[in-house]
Design a protein around this ligand. Structure first.
Ligand code: BG6
Ligand code: MG
Length: 210
C-alpha cells in the first residue's frame, strides 16, 4: 500500500524545465556550442555541473575550472532571473488536485529534486509548506541516476521502499528511483520513453493506482 509519494520538482510540479533550457541555450550560443531540445532532455534530473559536462561534450576547446565556474554562474543567474516571473499559474496540470487528494487521504508528500533552487521555486508557487519532507540539490552529493536523493526522502518519510512511489519526468530520475528500489510514475519526457512502471500524461492518473 502506498503511504508516501516523492515528487521530482522541475517538469513534474512546475514547468521550470523550459527556463532551464532557455538559460543553457543562451550559454551554449555564447560559447558557439551546438545545443538543442534533444540534448536538453539528457539534462533533465541531473545536477547543474553534470548538465554543463553534457553540453561541453560538443565544445571545440578545453575549459579551465575557473571558466567552468563562470559558465555555471552565468547560467544560474539567467535561470534565477526567469524564476522571478514564476507564479502558482506555472504549477503543472493536475498537481494541485493530486496534492489535495493526498492530504485528504493521509498519504505523505515529499520533494526529491537535484535543484539547488528548490526552496526559491516552492516559495514562488506557494507550495513551500505543502510537503512533509524536502530533499534538494543542496543536500546531496550524487546526482540522479544515483538513488541518494530518493533514499534520503524515503528515510525522511519514515516509510519502506514498497510504501513509496516516485514521480519523475527525467529518464535519469526514473533510473534513480529504480536504483532506490522504489516504483516510478513517469510523466513528460520519461513517459514518452516509456521507462516508468506507470507512464502517465497527467499526474492525476496516480489516483487510479493508489
Ligand atoms: C533538476 C533539473 O531538477 O535540477 C535539471 O531537471 C537541473 O535540469 C538540476 O540541472 C539542477 O538545478 P539547479 O536549479 O540547481 O541549477
Ligand atoms: Mg525533472
Amino acid at each position: 500500500m502506498i503511504k508516501g509519494i516523492i515528487f521530482d520538482l522541475d517538469g513534474v510540479i512546475v514547468s521550470t524545465d523550459k527556463y532551464h533550457y532557455a538559460a543553457w541555450k543562451q550559454l551554449a550560443d555564447r560559447e558557439n556550442i551546438f545545443f538543442d531540445e534533444q540534448i536538453n532532455n539528457r539534462l533533465r534530473g541531473v545536477s547543474r555541473r553534470e548538465s554543463l559536462n553534457i553540453i561541453l561534450e560538443r565544445a571545440s576547446k578545453e575549459y579551465s575550472e575557473a571558466e567552468i565556474n563562470e559558465m555555471l554562474e552565468y547560467k544560474n543567474q539567467i535561470y534565477r532571473k526567469s524564476l522571478v516571473n514564476i507564479t502558482p499559474k506555472d504549477i503543472l496540470p493536475g498537481v494541485k488536485e493530486l496534492l489535495n487528494y493526498l492530504t485528504i487521504n493521509c498519504i505523505k508528500k515529499a520533494i526529491g529534486s537535484s535543484s539547488k533552487n528548490t526552496m526559491l521555486i516552492l516559495e514562488r508557487i506557494g507550495l513551500s509548506d505543502c510537503f512533509d519532507v524536502i530533499v534538494d540539490g543542496t543536500m546531496i552529493s550524487h546526482t540522479k541516476p544515483d538513488p541518494e536523493v530518493f533514499l534520503k526522502a524515503q528515510k525522511g518519510l519514515n516509510l519502506a521502499n514498497t510504501e513509496c512511489l516516485v514521480v519523475e519526468d527525467a529518464v535519469a530520475g526514473v533510473e534513480a528511483s529504480h536504483n532506490a528500489n522504489i516504483k516510478a510514475v513517469a510523466v513528460g519526457d520519461a513517459a514518452l520513453h516509456g521507462v516508468g512502471d506507470y507512464n502517465f500524461s497527467n499526474v492525476l492518473e496516480i489516483k487510479n493506482i493508489l
